[in-house]
Design a protein around this ligand. Structure first.
Ligand code: ZN
Length: 411
């Protein structure tokens, strides 16, 4: 997004605040925030990674007196030490204000009844949805996750109009409602879905089975939590509440800002946060900025729905390959299963990409046609030519864990 003098001033203030805590005091040792006078100065500042935050456990990120912290949250540490984010009263209030704005953008009003299924606790999800809806003045139904039968009963009895959920849970609820044949007793009109990458197919199913309008909500615990951006009625990207933070889109490999509108990794600098300000925080979420004004007239800039995580991406011949994109591409080709593997090799000075996919189809001619279809689909959707090779169903390895699908043997 565009840098202005006003934003630079706010960044200086935010840096001053951040350097009152041990984390940035050490990290920015020798840097005077007053010297950050241009966009170029700002872009020389080092990025902050989640791994760095882990090293500050438990309260090393705290940039104010610990007496001024009113709550802590923790980001889901799947491995090792969690990250603890401390919040002041103002941080909590700012977060709720942003979240209230999300509801307003989705057209939710105080007359609505907001059914909240994300979890409560150290994790920021449930309580964020809750605080924003309360600030708006809507009736909240703080369900938390699980017990789908009870969710549906409450939804009918309380006449919930707005569902807050992850895409997978929204889909599960939709299927259960259809199964029970109670769709006619459900009053839902809108659903706010926590941003994760989700395919268009899933989206259409949730919308039509629940009979709701969907809104994508963005956020991450390190930067308040969910609710720092949301899509509007025009469904063309998520508006970001940039009065509270500044964002950049960078090339994850070089760390340089990409050309306006190009895909890259979202990097966020907080402008208002007191408890744990973050400067140039790498989210590892891949997206691109949407250029121009939104038909809704809101002044807030937009980023597109997430296309994946930069950690999962590989770059070949100038094209970015994400597992998620390949998933989507294969869905469009008839006769191909969802299992695949990609091998990238460097031979005779060239990068060679081979895509193995599974199929039940047999017969030489049929296989050749299928391989050709996959090759053409890959070229048109992802932009490079690959060798495509069909293998029999079950030939590719399965694993309980998220299996690695892309093997980069070039280095
Ligand atoms: Zn809009």
């Amino acid at each position: 997004m565009k840098m202005t003098d006003g934003i630079l001033k706010k960044i200086q203030e935010s840096m001053k605040g951040a350097m009152k805590g041990p984390f940035y005091e050490k990290r920015f040792a020798g840097i005077d925030p007053g010297d950050i006078r241009t966009e170029e100065d700002f872009k020389k500042l080092p990025f902050t990674e989640k791994e760095d935050l882990r090293g500050a456990y438990p309260l090393g990120l705290c940039a104010v007196s610990e007496d001024d912290i009113v709550r802590v949250h923790s980001s889901s540490g799947t491995t090792g030490t969690p990250v603890i984010i401390p919040y002041t009263q103002k941080d909590i209030h700012d977060w709720a204000s942003m979240f209230m704005r999300c509801y307003e953008t989705a057209g939710v009003t105080k007359k609505d009844r907001v059914h909240i299924t994300p979890g409560y606790g150290l994790w920021t999800a449930g309580i964020g949805f809750q605080a924003g809806a309360e600030m708006l003045g809507a009736m909240t139904i703080p369900m938390g996750p699980g017990n789908t039968d009870k969710q549906i009963t409450m939804m009918m009895d309380m006449k919930s109009t707005t569902l807050c959920a992850t895409s997978s849970y929204a889909l599960l609820l939709a299927e259960k409602i259809t199964q029970k044949g109670v769709r006619g007793k459900i009053h839902l009109k809108k659903a706010l879905i926590g941003s994760e990458r989700w395919g268009e197919k899933m989206r259409r199913r949730i919308a039509s089975e629940l009979g709701v309008r969907l809104y994508d909500i963005y956020g991450l615990t390190e930067i308040y939590g969910p609710g720092i951006g949301i899509s509007c009625d025009f469904e063309c990207g998520m508006h970001m509440w940039t009065d509270y933070f500044y964002y950049e889109i960078i090339d994850p490999k070089t760390g340089k800002n990409v050309k306006e509108g190009d895909a890259g990794e979202l990097v966020i600098t907080t402008l208002e946060k007191e408890g744990a300000p973050l400067i140039r925080y790498r989210t590892h979420d891949m997206t691109h900025e949407i250029i121009g004004d939104c038909p809704c007239g809101r002044p807030y800039p937009r980023i597109d729905t997430l296309i994946g995580r930069s950690d999962d991406m590989v770059k070949v011949k100038g094209a970015m390959i994400y597992p998620s994109r390949v998933d989507e591409m294969l869905l469009l080709v008839d006769g191909v299963s969802s299992e695949y593997q990609i091998m990238i090799d460097h031979l005779n000075g060239k990068d060679i990409v081979t895509l193995f996919f599974e199929t039940e189809i047999s017969g030489k001619a049929a296989i050749e046609t299928l391989e050709k279809n996959v090759r053409e689909s890959f070229k048109s959707k992802i932009g490079i030519t690959v060798n495509s090779k069909a293998v029999r169903m079950g030939d590719l390895p399965r694993s309980e864990k998220k299996s690695t699908r892309i093997f980069d043997n070039r280095y």
